[in-house]
Design a protein around this ligand. Structure first.
Ligand SMILES: N[C@@H](CCC(=O)N[C@@H](CS)C(=O)NCC(=O)O)C(=O)O
Ligand SMILES: [Fe+2]
Length: 360
């Protein structure tokens, strides 16, 4: 199985990618709107088909990426039946199974943090995705969205603590950077929910948390009740589209905007080509792209003024590695439309695009 834990530092949210490595089918639990591009890049680079995004609950602190990912990747939106959200493709109840390849996740109703909260347990019970029902040495608050401390206590004790002790716990958030726990560990050491703590103790604890509401609560809840679909059609199209309009670009999980040789050839004349190799290479066997400006990577930061800010920039090197770094330097310096020539001069030549100079 393929498993990845992704993080949103803004809201301290974890997103989980699970895929059957043979069938290449995947699901993504609790995607975050702002990371849809990153998550889509990962799914594509790993050669996966995203079948479903799954929500553990209607989040109060960030907007879900479910709708944007549906637009970009064609995934379907699965979410708890009792969360009150509209626009889902599949509404899950306790015991429902979500299949991807030969693997399945089982939905477990674990209300209490919100009324609709759900956890997802992997078929072999090796991993549980507990949303905000059970956090690492903690749990979600119960003071909004029809939360209930009594209900949460029962959800954790009856549903989650009946899983095997070695079942790993993956929560929706951690505010201290902790990444995973296990059912056995939480039964023993969770200060709110360990087996030694009674229901009354727990309710007392939760009634006196004294937390301020999440700063984004209004915006997040209303957007999540629409599965994160932007309110206006034009915003929605924008969010779904690849967000570079000046050329056919793709975004890598490494965080780099890339253009393929054919895309650059179509746009030559409309973009500045900056070659960041050394002068010897520029004049050497691979040749260079006609009109390319030579600025070796080592002197790029001193020579930004030679590049126009109002015209897109494509950066080139031998293999695409140095130029990837150059795109980062340029973006940090305020160049908004920058892309890396994927595969560099090696791919450009392998695909038989024309060069100036160079050997045959
Ligand atoms: N300061 C955070 C608060 C986030 C928050 O309240 N998170 C909820 C989960 S949606 C929670 O249960 N937090 C538990 C805790 O902070 O102990 C924000 O403004 O977003
Ligand atoms: Fe939450």
């Amino acid at each position: 199985m393929i498993f990845r834990q992704l993080f949103d530092p803004q809201s301290s949210t974890y997103t989980y990618l699970l895929a059957d490595s043979a069938a290449r089918e995947a699901v993504l639990i609790d995607p975050v709107f702002e990371h849809a591009r990153r998550d889509a890049a990962l799914v594509e680079e790993l050669g996966l088909k995203l079948l479903f995004t799954l929500e553990t609950h209607v989040h109060a602190d960030h907007v879900t990426g479910a709708s944007v990912l549906k637009q970009r990747l064609g995934s379907r939106i699965a979410l708890p039946r009792y969360g009150g959200a509209e626009g889902g493709d599949r509404y899950l109840a306790d015991g429902d199974l979500v299949a991807f390849g030969m693997r399945t996740l089982e939905a477990l109703a674990t209300p209490g943090h919100t009324r609709g909260c759900m956890s997802y347990v992997l078929d072999d019970r090796s991993r549980a995705f507990t949303g905000d029902a059970l956090l690492i040495r903690g749990c979600g608050r119960t003071d909004f969205q029809e939360g209930s401390a009594r209900q949460l206590y029962r959800s954790v004790r009856e549903q989650l603590f009946s899983l095997p002790d070695d079942c790993l716990v993956y929560p929706a958030h951690d505010y201290r950077g902790l990444t995973a726990s296990s059912i056995g560990e939480e039964k023993k050491y969770n200060p709110r929910l360990a087996e030694s703590v009674g229901e009354g103790d727990f309710v007392g604890y939760m009634t006196n948390l004294g937390l301020a509401h999440p700063t984004l609560m209004e915006v997040a809840v209303s957007a999540n009740l629409r599965c994160g679909r932007p309110e206006r059609e034009d915003e929605s199209a924008e969010a779904g589209a690849a967000d570079a309009d000046w050329a056919p670009l793709s975004y890598t999980f490494a965080g780099i905007w890339e253009i393929q040789p054919a895309g650059l050839e179509e746009n030559l004349g409309r973009v500045q080509v900056v070659d960041v190799r050394e002068p010897g290479e520029f004049k050497g066997a691979l040749g260079h792209i006609a009109g390319a400006k030579l600025i070796p990577l080592g002197s790029l930061t001193k020579r930004f003024s030679e590049i126009k800010k109002d015209e897109p920039v494509v950066v080139v090197c031998r293999s695409g590695a140095r130029s990837a770094q150059a795109t980062i330097l340029l973006r940090n310096a305020g160049f908004a439309r920058v892309a890396n020539l994927s595969g560099g001069m090696l791919r450009w030549r392998a695909q038989r695009f024309p060069v100036e100079g160079g050997a045959d």
